[in-house]
Design a protein around this ligand. Structure first.
Ligand code: FAD
Length: 427
């Protein structure tokens, strides 16, 4: 049986795996749980491409050598820092290769329960086995946080679903499908539905679908006025990627507002031609009412001028994003959840990613209201993994010192007691 580790990581996506690689290198005892790259393998559309640039789509290990670029060079897949879209399947294969090389002892069981103990936490895996750890990092990603507007959420899943429910869309061939949303997920979904022969309408509140510009050669002037960053060009994005601690120091309301508004929905430049003129775009419309009658979805839309419009479809897909809601994490009991101070709906975190529950940490999207929009992307692991690993290393060293002092203290106490006893007359 393995001894109890200092740290347990729940989740094996880009954040969990990058953190594990850093803990391994720093000699911190840890266990990591979860299916590797699960969100990317199950909740994203096969055949699509990443929206992040090639240089901003890596996992992170301390040497910084096993990047997506080096993986692509190894396996002979085309790669460029910008301008060459990264196929989803390439990124998944890279993530799995990263796991095999840097996190070979990954435990692929899911954690179903987490309880606080006097010395840390007990984690229960799906098969009933229990583990203790002094500290726990929740790196459970976006999988549980998919969001459907209430007007759609109440309808049966046969007629209404979230985009995350579809790895392929072949079953919609020949059907009328409404896609709700204006971001990359909505446009990717529309593109795939068109490809399989569905009739597609995209319903969105926005006045126009915004497509990113195709990256081209950049002048010195471009670099000065809009420097490149892992979130795209621009000084604001550059601040987000390079100064998450500055973001952390900002007032809470400002942070929540920025995370909600900054980098709003926008589609990838390389998807434009596949949808423009082929899908029907019903913009500046809100869904006022939705119902299912005789197997079809009936939507009442409110238009910008206040008029109403009724449409029907075989199926509605909400590409309506993700919202952090700790109540959706099945392993987090209410007793523990209630102790976590919130920042918006996310945990309020210290500069070391620790929540108000001592020893309980959150990374990835759940850390965005504390560290900014970069935490919503894999690129945020570049800052998160080394910083958190260094902190956990310090915690584990000081815990060891305290333990040693206790052990020494108790043995010198025993020695003192024995000496005293031996010095007793007649002993
Ligand atoms: C359609 C789509 C496209 C995207 N494109 C990009 C992109 O191009 N670039 C980018 O940077 N980001 C992109 N994102 C965002 C991306 O999902 C996040 O950046 C990334 O997944 C964050 O990594 P993570 O490790 O926090 O979470 P995830 O990748 O979600 O990984 C979480 C892991 O936790 C595990 N887990 C969950 N619960 C448990 C449990 N109870 N026990 C054990 N393990 C558990 C899961 O198995 C999973 O492997 C996209 C998102 C979507 C929806």
């Amino acid at each position: 049986m393995l001894p109890d580790p200092d740290v347990a990581i729940i989740g094996a996506g880009p954040y969990g795996l990058s953190l594990a690689a850093h803990l391994e290198a720093r000699n911190v005892s840890f266990r990591i749980f979860g299916t590797p790259m699960q969100t990317w393998r199950t909740a994203m559309l096969q055949g699509t491409h990443l929206k992040s640039d090639g240089f901003a789509s890596s996992l992170y290990e301390p040497s910084g050598t096993f990047t997506l670029r080096s993986y692509c060079n190894e396996v002979g897949v085309p790669f460029a820092d910008t301008g060459v879209p990264v196929p989803l399947e390439t990124f998944i294969a890279y993530g799995l290769a990263f796991q095999e090389r840097y996190v070979p002892r990954l435990d692929q069981r899911d954690i179903v329960d987490l309880t606080q103990t006097q010395t840390g936490f007990t984690l229960r895996a799906e098969d009933g086995a229990s583990f203790n750890a002094r500290r726990v990092v929740v790196a459970a990603g976006i999988g549980r946080f998919h969001y459907l507007p209430p007007v759609l959420a109440a309808l049966p899943p046969a007629q209404v679903s979230h985009s995350a429910a579809h790895r392929t869309v072949d079953r919609f061939a020949g059907q009328d499908v409404v896609v709700v949303g204006a971001g990359a997920s909505a446009i990717d979904m529309a593109m795939e539905l068109l490809r399989v022969g569905a009739r597609v309408r995209v319903v969105a509140r926005r006045r126009a679908i915004q497509f990113h510009d195709k990256p081209g050669p950049r002048s010195i002037w471009d670099s000065l006025t809009a420097p490149m960053s892992g979130l795209g060009p621009g000084w604001k994005s550059r601040l987000c990627t390079d100064a998450p601690l500055l973001f952390h120091a900002m007032p809470e309301r400002f942070r929540i507002d920025v995370v909600r508004r900054y980098l709003g929905p926008a589609a990838c430049w390389f998807t434009r031609d596949a949808v423009e003129g082929r899908a029907a775009f019903m913009l500046e419309r809100q869904i006022a009412h939705a119902a299912v009658q005789e197997g079809r979805v009936h939507l009442t839309l409110t238009c910008a001028d206040g008029t109403a419009e009724d449409i029907t479809a075989d199926h509605v897909i909400g590409a309506t994003g993700y919202r952090v809601d700790l109540a959706r994490l099945p392993f987090l009991p209410a007793s523990l959840r209630d102790q976590i101070r919130l920042c918006g709906t996310s945990p309020a975190l210290s500069t070391k990613f620790e929540s108000s529950v001592h020893g309980l940490y959150f990374v990835g999207i759940a850390a965005a209201n504390s560290f900014g929009p970069v935490s919503r992307f894999a690129y945020g692991a570049r800052f998160t993994a080394p910083r958190l690993a260094a902190h956990l290393r310090r915690c584990s060293v000081s815990a060891r010192v305290v333990q040693q002092e206790k052990d020494q203290g108790s043995s010198s106490f025993l020695k003192r007691r024995t000496k005293k006893l031996l010095s007793f007359p007649g002993v």
